[in-house]
Structure formats: structure tokens, C-alpha cells
Design a protein around this ligand. Structure first.
Ligand SMILES: [Zn+2]
Ligand SMILES: [Zn+2]
Length: 412
């Protein structure tokens, strides 16, 4: 019998795994530029945390949670997104009291029991950034510009940031009323929208099911503070040279957003699909029992980011620089010592099996993508040398062990 992966789960193999590492590396570099530090949060939390934060009416909580009871009957869930865990950690660890900024990033796998479909997995990596304790629109612009910068460095084309303001507890209720009465007059709302209508009318605006074309829906009238905030946000995006467009239908699928929301789109994936999104969640930390802490953040899906650079995956594949080949069986120890010597000099190397034929070892060397084969026979060992063959130019010459490091490093 053989074992299979569970439906909706997959193995990530080279060179895709190398592409993921590359995206993580770029992200870490940008996070450092922006003063963000890493936080690592548990994969398992109490289910209740997600009801409170992600929101009871969201698709994630209603349909997509990996919820289970452990042996002692606790109601638990695998994290479907990063923000709730980071918010909980911020509160539990009194991070508002550290005197440091509240800027944290995470690189972590999330779990959602979505219907498996092409390119969608039930375990997937998200890279996210949260700035907790930051109320100013500079922080919104900083956060969004940082996100755009990551995709710019990945080579994403025609980056476009769509933005909207969802208002605050003082201007949103009026909008909600107007929206409910407008939506109630619409025919053909899908069944989940009819359910959402009273509880979360904003969500109806971004219904993915074909329904009525909601064109002349009422737009939000921002209160003075929200309007000032939004204008400043836009000005700072311009200062950051980030292209943005106002999209009044952009609401994001989570309950906790207030004021600023944004989504990043690129033409690199064909359809103008969002590759990342985020926004401001000023009420969340307090709602969860923490100190009043305004916050802004986003998350990107590593799978979509990897698709953007799919043509370049080969470039990211980690290959050894040198492949050791023994001309005969007796040269195994010598070749193995050479390999360990090169590694101690920070030159990556590999070998197959020194007891195999020379021909077979050379075949592996060619396949490995290494720049050099380092071949040793009886003569080479006697003289403390190695025959260094450039596997691309086919040039070959004998080199003293002492000169090996320098010659190889010069060619890399
Ligand atoms: Zn407001
Ligand atoms: Zn709908």
C-alpha cells in the first residue's frame, strides 16, 4: 500500500520551493527596511478567537474552518489567517508596554477547508504585516507601499492598488442603513447575501456569485475625521509613488476593517486578480479585551506571488558549485575529504556514490547543474591535486588543493 496526500494538501517541491524561499527572502528584506520584526504564532488556537476576530458572519468562519476537539474536549481550530493570532499575542504579551513599535510580520501556513480547486489548497502560506498601535494615515500608506514594494521587486507588472474607506463607528451606521434599504430593493440577491443583508450588508457588495449588478449603490459619507484620514492616506501613497484607484465596492471579506482597506492587483496573472489585501482594524484589539490600539495590516498569498515569477523558478533553484567525482573506487576517502574541505571554505558541493563507475558519476555531475566537476584519481591524490572540469565550457585542468578555493570562487 502507498500513502497519499490528503485532498487539498500538496507537497511543494523544487524549484517551486526555491521560489517560495525567494519570496520569503525578498519580503524579509523589505520588512527590515520598514522596521518590522518577526512574530511566530501558534498554528492552533481556541476556535472562539476566530469568531471574535475574523468574524462570525465571514465565509472563513462559517464555511472554511478546520475546527476540532482535542482529547480534553477543547474547541480548537487551525488558524485560517494570521491577524487574530497576532492580535491575541499582542494582548497576552503586553506588547503595547514594550516602548517599541508594534510592527510585526509573519510568514506562516494557514488552513482553510475550502472546496479544493485548481491552485487553491487547504494549507497555504501567507506572508503578513501588522502595525499595532499606529493610528495615523502615514502608517496606512507605509503599510500599503511596503506591500507594493515586495511585488515590485518580484517583477509584478502594472501594479495597481485599489483603495476604499469603510468609515468608522461614527459614520458607518448611517451608511449601513442606506445600504440595507438600497439592497432590500434589489431583486436576485443570492441566498447568502439575503442572509448577510441585515448582519453584514457591506459584504453583499463584494458577492462573488452572479447577482444583480449593483451599480448605483449609495456611497459612504465619511465623517470629518475619516475624510481627513483618507485624503492624507492618498497623499502619502502619491508621495510613495504608488499608483492607486478608488474602488467604492472594495470591502474585504472580514468583519474587523475600519476606514482604510486596500487590495493589490497586477496584470502579471492575466486576470486582474488581487494578490494581496489589507486594511485598518482600529477596534479589534480592544474588542478582544486588549488596550485600545488602532492597527493596520495586510497579508499576501505566497502561491499567487510564486505564480508571478513562475517563468523564473529555475533561477532560484539551489545548485551545488562543485560535484566530486572519483576516477576509481579507491579514491572515495580523498574525494570525500575534498568535499568537506570545500564546504568548510563555503563552497557548496555534492557527490553521488564514489563506488559507482566514473561514467555514471560524471552523468550525475552533468545533471546536477554544478559549474565544476572535481575529479580525482590515483595521480591527483598522490600530488594533492584535483582535475577541475568546467562542466559548461568543458575546459579541464589540474589544480593544487591549496589553490582550489581561490580558482573556484573566482569563477562563481
Ligand atoms: Zn468616520
Ligand atoms: Zn450574493
Amino acid at each position: 500500500m502507498t500513502y497519499q496526500t490528503i485532498r487539498g494538501f500538496r507537497d511543494i517541491l523544487p524549484p517551486q520551493s526555491d521560489a517560495f524561499s525567494f519570496i520569503e527572502k525578498i519580503s524579509r528584506e523589505i520588512f527590515t527596511l520598514y522596521g518590522y520584526r518577526e512574530i511566530r504564532i501558534p498554528a492552533v488556537e481556541y476556535f472562539e478567537l476566530f469568531i471574535k476576530s475574523t468574524g462570525e458572519t465571514t465565509d472563513i468562519v462559517q464555511k472554511e474552518m478546520y475546527r476540532f476537539k482535542d482529547a480534553s474536549g477543547r474547541d480548537l481550530a487551525l488558524r485560517p489567517e494570521g491577524t487574530p493570532g497576532v492580535a491575541r499575542a499582542y494582548i497576552n504579551n503586553n506588547l503595547s508596554q514594550t516602548g517599541l513599535n508594534g510592527k510585526y510580520f509573519y510568514i506562516a501556513d494557514m488552513f482553510r477547508a475550502e472546496r479544493p480547486q485548481a491552485g487553491r489548497y487547504r494549507q497555504f502560506e501567507q506572508i503578513g504585516a501588522e502595525n499595532i498601535g499606529a493610528s495615523s494615515p502615514y502608517s496606512d500608506a507605509e503599510s500599503a507601499a511596503m506591500l507594493a514594494e515586495i511585488f515590485k521587486r518580484l517583477g509584478a507588472e502594472n501594479l495597481r492598488l485599489e483603495i476604499n474607506s469603510l468609515g468608522c463607528p461614527s459614520c458607518r451606521p448611517k451608511y449601513r442603513e442606506k445600504l440595507i434599504s438600497y439592497l432590500s430593493s434589489q431583486k436576485d440577491l443570492c441566498s447568502s447575501c439575503l442572509q448577510r443583508l441585515e448582519k453584514n450588508p457591506l459584504r453583499v457588495l463584494d458577492c462573488k456569485i452572479d447577482g444583480p449588478k449593483l451599480t448605483d449603490f449609495p456611497s459612504i459619507e465619511l465623517c470629518g475625521d475619516c475624510a481627513v484620514h483618507h485624503e492624507k492616506f492618498k497623499k502619502c501613497l502619491s508621495l510613495s509613488k504608488v499608483d492607486f484607484f478608488e474602488n467604492p465596492k472594495l470591502v474585504r471579506g472580514l468583519d474587523y476593517y475600519q476606514r482604510t482597506v486596500f487590495e493589490l492587483k497586477t496584470s502579471s496573472l492575466g486576470a486582474q486578480d488581487a494578490v494581496a489585501g489589507g486594511g485598518r482594524y482600529d477596534g479589534l484589539i480592544k474588542d478582544m479585551g486588549g488596550p485600545a490600539s488602532p492597527a493596520v495590516g495586510w497579508a499576501l498569498g505566497a502561491d499567487r506571488a510564486a505564480m508571478i515569477i513562475e517563468k523564473r523558478w529555475g533561477e532560484f533553484e539551489k545548485k551545488s558549485n562543485v560535484f566530486l567525482v572519483s576516477a576509481d573506487k579507491e579514491r572515495g576517502d580523498y574525494c570525500f575529504s575534498l568535499a568537506q574541505f570545500l564546504r568548510s571554505e563555503n563552497i557548496s558541493c555534492d557527490f553521488s556514490d564514489f563506488s559507482l563507475s566514473f561514467k555514471s558519476q560524471m552523468r550525475s555531475a552533468d545533471k546536477s547543474g554544478a559549474l565544476f566537476a572535481a575529479i580525482a584519481g590515483e595521480d591527483e591524490e598522490k600530488n594533492g591535486e584535483v582535475s577541475l572540469k568546467n562542466l559548461f565550457s568543458k575546459e579541464q585542468k589540474k589544480v593544487k588543493k591549496e589553490e582550489l578555493t581561490e580558482i573556484i570562487k573566482r569563477s562563481l
